[in-house]
Design a protein around this ligand. Structure first.
Ligand SMILES: Nc1ncnc2c1ncn2[C@@H]1O[C@H](COP(=O)(O)OP(=O)(O)OP(=O)(O)O)[C@@H](O)[C@H]1O
Ligand SMILES: [Mg+2]
Length: 365
């Protein structure tokens, strides 16, 4: 799958843009603050219908404009897909495919996807557990869109249970009603746990192959899901979760907070048994972060039968040639790369690429 053309109107600092891309490598180069990342963001947003960077979608609209328009034509294995998004500052976005407005996400083409590589990915290894949960959750969602509903349900139940815990603390006679919420929490939470545990096995497999393929047999990598609930096996999730909630109930009431469940879990990367977050070298941590993104692309390609678009924001300068091979090798993905300096891009790659100069919200090629 690849994006053959893109049109932007009032998207961030792009007033108006109409451009065609190569199905191979495309390079956006230019000084700081010209719009390189914004371009990648528009491609990510169009493919995945969510923003990688913006906290709120209306931030994508050019300052003081009422709306932004993004249109792209994707070539997929089953034919061309024309997708348009109109973002409004004061109401919900409109998504169209083939000129027709789609109100349900399930009516949209599921083959389109992009993976965003950025220097911030290091936070996937070094940052807070919520980033690693988000990585897993987003990948599961990309493979199985209904998962987003499971997540919403779960997080709603957690917050309602927390409200109840606060009330019980003030008025202990309410404590009988917690039982009901525990069952609901378990139902919703065990679906999340099941999906995450299933995915982590695949991620572990892929990661080990990539990581050890890159740096030899040593150190041995193990990617592990660390659950705040002690789980015996994938078949006993519900039972184990309910047991943990019961055990922790008094403590939960006194802290007025649900301390166990998938909203508190984490993923760790063990190098010869030692947590890479605390014991890995900078280089190993960077490599793990790259591998994680590459694994995301690999799993998407395998499950969807289409290679996702790869968006590499400013990562070339920090990659030596072997790491470049790790990311770009073994893939038929269309690639978009940004750089401030074309000399960071190896000559042979430049020769194969379509080059675009980005200057103050416009492109020259
Ligand atoms: N909603 C918006 N409306 C107008 N301009 C915006 C909006 N959001 C961001 N910008 C501007 O877009 C410009 C380009 O941002 P972008 O992050 O794409 O730069 P870049 O070329 O990637 O630079 P760098 O090399 O520093 O990463 C910035 O000057 C930023 O202020
Ligand atoms: Mg940038």
């Amino acid at each position: 799958m690849f994006l053959s053309s893109l049109r932007l109107v009032d998207f961030r600092n792009f007033k108006e843009l109409e451009v065609s891309f190569s199905k191979g490598i495309n390079i956006f180069y230019g000084d700081n603050a010209q719009g390189k990342t914004n371009l990648l963001e528009s491609i990510f947003f169009l493919s995945n219908l969510r923003s990688e960077k913006a906290v709120r979608e209306h931030q994508l609209i050019m300052h003081n404009k009422p709306l932004a328009y993004i249109k792209g034509i994707f070539n997929t294995g089953s034919g061309p897909v024309e997708r348009e998004i109109i973002l409004y500052s004061d109401r919900k976005k409109v998504v169209k495919e083939g000129g027709e407005q789609k109100s349900r996400w399930s009516d949209l083409c599921e083959d389109l996807s992009a993976v965003f590589f950025s220097p911030d990915d290091l936070n996937l290894i070094k940052g807070s557990p919520s980033l690693r949960r988000k990585y897993l959750d987003y990948l599961i969602y990309q493979l199985k869109p209904v998962y987003m509903k499971y997540l919403h349900t779960y997080y709603r139940v957690v917050s309602q249970r927390n409200v109840l815990l606060k009330s019980i603390k003030k008025n202990p006679s309410l404590s009988d009603s917690i039982e009901l919420w525990d069952v609901q929490l378990c139902d919703a939470g065990s679906r999340i746990l099941e999906e995450r545990l299933k995915l982590i096995e695949v991620v572990n497999d892929y990661m080990r192959k990539l990581f050890n393929g890159f740096c030899g047999e040593n150190p041995v990598l193990n990617v592990k899901y660390i659950s705040s609930v002690s789980i015996e096996s994938r078949d006993t999730i519900k039972r184990d979760f309910l047991k943990a909630l019961k055990q922790e109930r008094e403590k939960d009431i006194s802290r007025a907070f649900t301390a166990n469940g998938p909203h508190r879990d984490d993923v760790i990367f063990l190098l010869d048994g030692h947590d890479a977050r605390f014991f890995g070298s900078q280089g190993q941590q960077r490599l793990l972060a790259l591998c994680l993104k590459k694994v995301q692309a690999g799993i998407l390609a395998r499950e969807k039968g289409e290679f996702p678009i790869m968006l590499l924001d400013d990562v070339m300068s920090e990659l030596d040639s072997s790491k470049r091979k790790l990311i770009l090798g073994n893939t038929d993905s269309q690639v978009f790369i940004t750089t401030t300096d074309l000399s960071f891009i190896p000559q042979d790659m430049k020769l194969k690429s379509k080059l675009f100069k980005v200057k103050d919200g416009s492109l020259e090629w």
